[in-house]
Design a binder for this molecule. Structure first.
Ligand SMILES: Nc1ncnc2c1ncn2[C@@H]1O[C@H](COP(=O)(O)OP(=O)(O)OP(=O)(O)O)[C@@H](O)[C@H]1O
Length: 648
């Protein structure tokens, strides 16, 4: 820099740590599908045009004399560069620093971890939309020149994808070239020179960006048209640009015109996905309100499904103008549904804030929610296997609707599929159809792990009677089951809480007679056993009872009749919101261990009886996946009892 230079000096900035890490992965990992970079840049350019069009509703002067919003792609074989430019909203100096130096979204750390672990991260890149940074997969140097709409100055951002980037004011030539919007020059890596090929560029645009609403113009190769001249000059020569996308709003087209592959393509370009949609819903509403809807349910998982914001991401357009993806057009329990809603009636200048309380939006939301549920029902009936994959991916999210939207409960319970002691993919309709004689309730157990649930002693008596039990392992299950809902008049009943009485249900043919299943010598004095155990356990439990649910195991813990289910209590405890209610210890009065306790107690061996009582409690805790309160004392007790038993 010399004294005579009046430009602002070059300023070096470091990348935010996450960006540096992400870029390191981009630069060094070998991804098979590098094509996504172009989709990401085009999508950013399109967003920039959308934003300008939106801002220009209030400030038409921003469009000035350049109202044809366009995205341009210019390969230059001589220079080895591919340039992606738009005349959209542009970025000022601070925006360049903030937007192209940090990652604002949550969940980024987790994503970077996943990316580092995955062999081929392109699927993840697509899902996450690492956006601009994807360009470093194909370029070893990037220059971004940008001028915010209405601004006097243009700025240049430069980086090699290493530690940081530089910012400086654009020189006269660049500033003159970028009158508004953004120009991104990619200096392609040696192995990425295929992206200079017009056919290749066209193919990628077709595959991923065809629906983009602004014309994408492919300009003639600046390097080839006039190889003798410097690239900058050559570019200004008048080679005719060619539009390479259809630029039509797919959702506005008639269903009959569209083929399945058109929908797949629309899904990939609108939702930034690679997979096939598991469900597509395309319809138009005319009448009091008119709007077009094109929605997709992805077949793969989504990285941000459990983001705390739990936002739905449907894009709201008004008469083809993009407004926002933050209009809550679907409830958060349908946030995995992606796509577009294009309204004919909403005012174009509706502010994003106004959308929150708009009755038309509320009516659309209600109607769209109903349509999505109906379509899911149809899928469940007509294509049960495909529906099963949808439920597997997103069932845990849909079930949130059970407590968030009471009026949709019936529909959601109708869709729900469960793993139960009778198999997987069970619907409640199947459950109810297969009720055992005199069975009046739908039984369930909530836990974290399906195998552990299957081994839970609380299932024993149900199993002996052939009663099906739903095994619920999603965190959300502990919450909705606490609502005590019913399905077709049958209430849900936890096997981990309160009394269960199966006595009216006959034993299954396959069950061994219950009395034979244990080695107890004789019937124990239940009252005496209960008194002895209560004495030994004190306030560790709220009550001690003879169990109806156990046939093989000695003891189990259940919640009292009114408190939260054992699982919900555990969940609440994690958030320090536990009810503090103590569980009930249930004893299998026919079990040998309980028999032994009865004998020790009758013989006046209070210490031995107390040891056995504590052991029963600790066993029950372990079977519920908990640690005994005092593991060391538990180990000593076990030792003592074993040694005593062996010595006898
Ligand atoms: N061509 C552009 N014109 C104006 N702003 C841009 C342009 N490209 C990127 N930006 C700005 O930089 C930000 C970061 O872009 P990036 O592609 O990394 O993420 P994103 O677009 O926000 O997220 P996603 O890629 O998931 O949609 C954008 O949000 C936008 O504000």
């Amino acid at each position: 820099m010399t004294d005579t230079d009046t430009r602002t000096p070059r300023e070096a900035h470091a990348f935010q740590a996450e960006v540096a890490e992400l870029l390191h992965l981009m630069v060094h990992a070998v991804y098979s599908e590098t094509d996504v970079f172009l989709r990401e840049l085009i999508s950013n350019a399109s967003d920039a045009c959308d934003r300008l069009r939106y801002e220009a509703i209030a400030r038409p002067e921003l469009l000035a004399d350049d109202s044809a919003l366009t995205i341009r792609l210019r390969p230059d074989t001589a220079a080895g560069t591919l340039t992606v430019s738009d005349n959209g909203i542009g970025m000022d100096r601070q925006e360049l620093i903030d937007n192209l130096g940090t990652i604002a979204r949550s969940g980024t750390r987790a994503f970077i971890g996943k990316l580092a672990a995955a062999k081929d991260g392109s699927g993840l890149i697509g899902q996450f939309g690492v956006g601009f940074y994807a360009a470093f997969m194909v370029a070893d140097r990037i220059e971004v020149t940008s001028r915010r709409a209405g601004a006097a100055e243009a700025w240049v951002w430069r980086s090699t994808g290493a530690q940081g980037f530089e910012i400086e004011a654009a020189d006269a030539a660049r500033a003159d070239r970028v009158r508004r919007g953004t120009e991104i020059v990619l200096h392609l890596k040696e192995d990425a020179r295929k992206y200079l090929d017009a056919h290749e560029i066209e193919r990628i645009v077709h595959a991923y960006s065809d629906h983009i609403q602004f014309p994408i113009m492919l300009e003639a190769d600046a390097g080839k048209t006039d190889a003798g001249k410097p690239a900058d000059e050559a570019a200004s020569s008048d080679a005719a640009p060619r539009q390479v996308n259809t630029a039509s709003a797919v959702w506005q087209r008639a269903k009959s015109e569209l083929k399945p592959e058109d929908y797949t393509q629309a899904y990939r370009s609108i939702c930034g996905a690679f997979d096939e949609p598991a469900m597509t819903l395309h319809y138009r509403v005319e009448g009091r309100q008119s709007y077009a809807v094109l929605l997709f349910v992805p077949s793969g998982s989504l990285f941000d499904l459990f983001d705390p914001a739990r936002k739905s991401h449907l894009k709201l357009y008004v008469r083809r103008v993009y407004i926002t993806d933050d209009a809550s057009l679907l409830p958060s329990w349908l946030r995995f549904v992606r796509g577009v809603v294009d309204s004919e009636d909403l005012p174009l200048n509706i502010s994003r804030e106004m959308l929150q309380n708009n009755p038309q939006v509320a009516a659309m939301r209600k109607a769209i929610t109903g349509r999505v549920l109906a379509e899911l029902e149809t899928l469940a009936t007509k294509e049960p296997e495909r529906f099963a994959t949808v439920w597997e991916q997103f069932g845990a999210v849909i079930k949130e609707g059970l407590y968030e939207e009471p009026e949709r409960r019936e529909a959601i319970l109708g869709l729900a599929r469960f793993t139960s002691t009778a198999g997987s993919g069970r619907s409640l309709a199947q459950y109810v159809a297969d009720l055992r004689e005199n069975q009046t309730e739908i039984y369930y157990l909530v836990g974290e792990d399906i195998d552990r649930l299957k081994a839970n002693p609380k299932l024993e008596a149900a199993r002996a009677r052939g009663i099906e039990v739903l095994l619920l392992t999603d965190p959300v299950d502990a919450l909705w089951t606490s609502l005590r809902l019913d399905f077709q008049g049958k209430g849900f009943k936890s096997l981990s809480q309160g009394e269960v009485d199966f006595s009216l249900v006959p034993l299954a043919d396959t069950a061994k007679p219950e009395a034979d299943q244990t080695a107890a010598d004789a019937a124990v004095d239940e009252a005496a056993v209960i008194a002895a155990v209560k004495l030994a356990l004190g306030d560790k439990v709220s009550d001690v009872k003879a169990s109806q649910r156990l046939t093989d195991s000695a003891a189990c813990l259940v919640a009292g009749g009114f408190g939260p289910d054992r699982e919900l209590e555990r969940l609440l405890a994690k958030q320090n919101r536990a009810s503090g209610l103590k569980p009930v210890l249930e004893l299998n009065m026919r079990h040998a261990l309980v028999g032994a306790l009865a004998r020790e107690s009758a013989a006046g061996h209070a210490d031995e009886a107390a040891d056995l009582a504590l052991l029963l409690l600790e066993q029950a805790q372990i079977l519920d996946g908990e640690l005994p309160d005092d593991p060391a004392a538990f180990a000593r007790r076990l030792e003592r009892l074993v040694v005593r038993g062996v010595a006898r």
